[in-house]
Design a protein around this ligand. Structure first.
Ligand code: ADP
Ligand code: MG
Length: 566
């Protein structure tokens, strides 16, 4: 096949421009990205070989090589992993495959300040393209394990890239960076210096479970022959962080592992560790991200943590390990007694996995509970980002319902800025108030302007303001908190202190008689649209309001079910 030249898509071009002019100050991370991709490729190959023993691939010495040439100013990162086919290169490298990048660009379009752009890169990361921060030309040669034909991709990052077939490509992927001219002012950025490379790998990629090797020149004066003088040195300790004792691992190390498995460039909000001993032994290292991914509520969202068996990577996105409402949690679970061939279907039914699932869910919830007192700011971030997902659990996980209610917080009429927990609400309840009141709606403003709120405002009774779509659903399932019923201000009859609705029945009957004619006339006029017309003391300003029966669907829920075709 002849060499073909392609144009980058507009977004890719934009992104590359940013990389070339490298507004992001921490350029060292390009190596982390390349090593992370290489490590993924090695994981994938080992797994493919495990699953398919007819795969014609060499898995005898899986590793990553780093090679620098100070004179030619090149840096090469090579892995002998899964590699890519011609089509995969065209798809994965030629366009912007990674979804975080799509979101990044969307935000970039809204931000025009360079400073904003730098912040955004730090937030989303740009994977492979980050090599253009330090290189003015990048060449990638790859051959998919089991295939004979290789592929060569090359670009200077400026508008176009070339693709061609390569005959002599080794299995896996070799990426060669032609580094930008050295900055004599700043030796710190010399990416051909073994010292520098060693330091970056140690800092960002120490936990990578594959050896990262670098061939270095023997010190001057060493009389070894050429081969011995370039004895490769392994740069990383390869120790699985979850298998090391807690006080031996620095927070930064956990954070780097998080970034590797989540493809997030920001530190996690919380790190959670669990070591289970006994008949079914496993270690878990879980992370709560500091921001919600944009696709958390879409069908295709890949939930779940990575599953390892005795340090061997088995699968990404293992959804059997955590309930759907914890789908934002990232991390690693390493089990001692599972088959390396375990499938998703088997995992769903395995009794030990089900126990692990329950234990991990409880552990995450108790960590969130701990954050509420130990780190209220971080808890507030967590709730802002993930509250709407966690509340799904109030509907689906009856076993953990109380634990979920305890870590939930809600907007309230009590305070315009600070949300409240149910516990705090109950502590503030007025004498004689026997229920927790809430109202659902589209926005705080629309709820506060609702006529339903008048009686509560007049009596100084606090109301929770629930505006997430899921609020319509869980408030239907959760009957009470701490023995106090949860009651919508928009449903049924209210028994507020001092109301005529709690006055003796004959009193109300008398008034009903007085107004009987009017009520009958109104009922006739409104006909089928309503069930009943009643006198009420709900209102202080508005003349009338619509009330649902306690068991009726709220308007929003009716819409939801209708949309679902029920
Ligand atoms: P991400 O790693 O977040 O998916 P990248 O830009 O780092 O985004 O990489 C894009 C894709 O290119 C990867 O998902 C992977 O499919 C492919 N890729 C990159 N590097 C390698 C490699 N060394 N070996 C095999 N595939 C790779
Ligand atoms: Mg990557």
């Amino acid at each position: 096949m002849p060499t073909e030249t392609f144009e980058f898509r507009v977004e890719a071009r934009q992104l590359l421009q940013l990389m070339i002019h490298s507004i992001y100050s921490n350029k060292d991370v390009f190596l982390r990205e390349l090593v992370s991709n290489a490590s993924d490729a090695l994981d994938k190959l080992r797994l493919a070989a495990l699953r398919d023993d007819t795969l014609d691939a060499d898995v005898s010495d899986l590793h990553i090589d780093i090679e620098a040439d100070g004179e030619a100013r090149t840096l090469t990162v090579r892995d002998n992993g899964i590699g890519m086919s011609y089509d995969e290169v065209a798809e994965l490298i030629g366009t912007i495959a990674n979804s975080g990048t799509a979101k990044f660009l969307e935000q970039l379009r809204q931000a025009d300040e360079a400073a904003d752009a730098e912040g955004l890169i730090g937030q989303f990361g740009v994977g492979f393209y980050s090599s253009f921060m330090v290189a003015d030309e990048v060449t990638l040669v790859t051959r998919r394990a089991g295939e004979t034909q290789g592929t060569r991709w090359s670009s200077r990052g400026e508008g176009t890239y070339t693709l061609e077939t390569a005959d002599e490509a080794p299995q896996g992927t070799t990426i060669t960076l032609h580094l930008k001219p050295a900055d004599p002012e700043n030796q710190l950025h010399d990416y051909t210096s073994p010292w520098k490379l060693r330091e970056i790998v140690k800092r960002y990629s120490d936990f990578i479970t594959w050896p990262i090797r670098m061939a270095t020149q023997a010190p001057a004066g060493d009389d070894g022959d050429g081969a011995a003088a370039r004895e490769p040195e392994t740069l990383n300790s390869m120790k699985a962080l979850w298998a090391r004792s807690r006080d031996e691992v620095k927070d930064e190390e956990y954070h780097e592992l998080y970034k590797h498995i989540s493809h997030d460039w920001q530190d996690p909000l919380e790190t959670i560790r669990l070591q289970a001993e006994g008949t079914f032994e496993y270690q878990a290292l879980l992370f709560i991200p500091s921001h919600a991914p944009h696709d958390l509520f879409t069908q295709g969202y890949k939930r779940g943590v990575q599953l390892y068996v005795k340090r061997v990577f088995i699968m990404d996105d293992c959804e059997a390990l955590l309930p759907p409402y914890l789908r934002f949690v990232k991390g690693v679970v390493d089990a001692q007694d599972l088959s390396l061939n375990v499938s998703r279907e088997i995992l769903q039914q395995d009794r030990h996995i089900q126990m692990m699932h329950r234990r991990l869910a409880k552990k995450v919830l108790s960590s969130v509970k701990g954050m509420m007192t130990a780190a209220p700011d971080r808890y507030a971030t967590l709730w802002r980002e993930f509250g709407p997902v966690l509340k799904e659990g109030l509907v689906t996980d009856s076993e953990n319902r109380d634990a979920l209610l305890a870590v939930s917080s809600f907007a309230t009429t009590h305070d315009a800025a600070e949300p409240t927990t149910l516990q705090q609400y109950v502590e503030r309840m007025k004498d004689g108030q026997d229920a927790v009141y809430y109202m659902t709606g589209d926005s705080r403003e629309s709820i506060e302007n609702s006529p339903h709120m008048e009686a509560f405002r007049a009596r100084g009774i606090e109301v929770l303001l629930l505006t997430d779509p899921v609020d319509e659903v869980w408030t239907d399932t959760v009957a009470e908190f701490d023995g106090k019923p949860l009651r919508s201000v928009a449903k049924g009859e209210l028994a507020l202190d001092g109301d005529d609705e709690v006055k003796p029945a004959e009193d109300r009957e008398k008034r009903n008689e007085e107004y009987a004619e009017l009520l009958t006339w109104m009922k006739e006029q409104l006909g089928e649209d309503i069930k009943e017309v009643r006198l009420s003391s709900r209102l202080t300003v508005s003349p009338a309001c619509l009330v649902s029966d306690t068991n009726d669907l709220t308007p929003a829920l009716e819409n939801l079910y209708r949309a679902m075709g029920q």
